[in-house]
Ligand binder design. Structure first.
Ligand SMILES: Nc1ncnc2c1ncn2[C@@H]1O[C@H](COP(=O)(O)OP(=O)(O)OP(=O)(O)O)[C@@H](O)[C@H]1O
Length: 239
């Protein structure tokens, strides 16, 4: 497999409490992996460990063949990892445009003039609403608009790998569809590889090529969504 992200026997935790144990993952370039599992099994911790916000206590993480296990979050972001955390975390007092501009910082050192080009056109093409509200403060936006902004901001850094933590959580159904459609285009048109934490198995199955089920910080099952059905896996998520 032509892996973009590889994790080998990775462990992580908080203080003396281990949370992840011996995680082995291979995410193909251009692929999409859905991380699933009930609340508290370690899905967010796993994304944070890929981003480097959480330190791996064990094992090895490589991106595009380069060992990033010891790299700091800003170094990983420059290496091409984008992160859309749970709860979105946009800057509430900055405008939509200023939030998007802040995402360009991931481009530092990645080619002359990239930052000066400003917000790429495809961001507004993916999320036309952001263009309409570009001067509005992020703090007054709806949850769905903030989520589109958080994804747009991460895309401004032109990531190879995008980490998404429950992007449809708490968002109105009609906006969920827009976000799903945009994420499909991020894959197909921009060729971005995706790791997504997703609680809705139907969406995970229609969106991702591969799935990985976690229970108490361990991988208990993984496979291809084309080969296994969501129904076969549901009992592992709802225990
Ligand atoms: N900052 C922290 N300090 C200490 N323990 C934490 C911290 N964040 C998470 N944990 C613990 O780590 C474990 C895994 O949490 P994590 O948020 O990664 O799970 P999750 O599968 O993403 O859950 P959810 O779907 O609720 O976000 C839980 O037991 C949680 O209590």
């Amino acid at each position: 497999m032509n892996s973009l992200l590889k994790m080998e026997r990775v462990g992580a935790g908080y203080g003396q409490s281990p949370v992840l144990f011996d995680i082995d993952l291979n995410v193909a370039r251009g692929g999409a992996l859905a991380l699933i599992g009930r609340n508290g099994v370690g899905k967010t911790t796993l994304l944070r460990t890929i981003m480097g916000v959480q330190k791996a206590t064990k094992g090895r993480i490589t991106l595009d063949g380069a060992d990033v296990t010891q790299a700091k979050p800003h170094e990983r972001s420059r290496a091409g990892i984008g992160f859309v955390p749970q709860g979105r975390h946009v800057f509430p007092h900055l405008s939509v445009e200023e939030n998007l501009l802040s995402g360009l910082s991931a481009l530092a050192g990645r080619g002359k003039g990239l930052i000066a080009k400003g917000i790429p056109d495809h961001i507004f093409d993916l999320f036309p609403k952001l263009d309409q509200i570009r001067h509005r403060k992020a703090g007054v936006l709806s949850g769905g608009e903030q989520q589109q902004l958080a994804i747009g901001r991460a895309l401004c850094g032109q990531p190879k790998l995008l980490l998404l933590d429950e992007p449809t959580e708490g968002i109105q159904p009609n906006v969920v569809q827009q976000i799903e459609d945009a994420l499909r285009r991020v894959r197909s048109e921009l060729g971005v590889t995706i790791v997504i934490v997703e609680q809705y198995l139907d969406f995970a199955w229609s969106f991702a090529d591969d799935y990985c089920v976690l229970q108490r910080g361990r991988q208990v099952r993984q496979g291809r969504t084309a080969e296994d059905t969501a129904a076969e896996v549901a009992h592992l998520v709802n225990v």
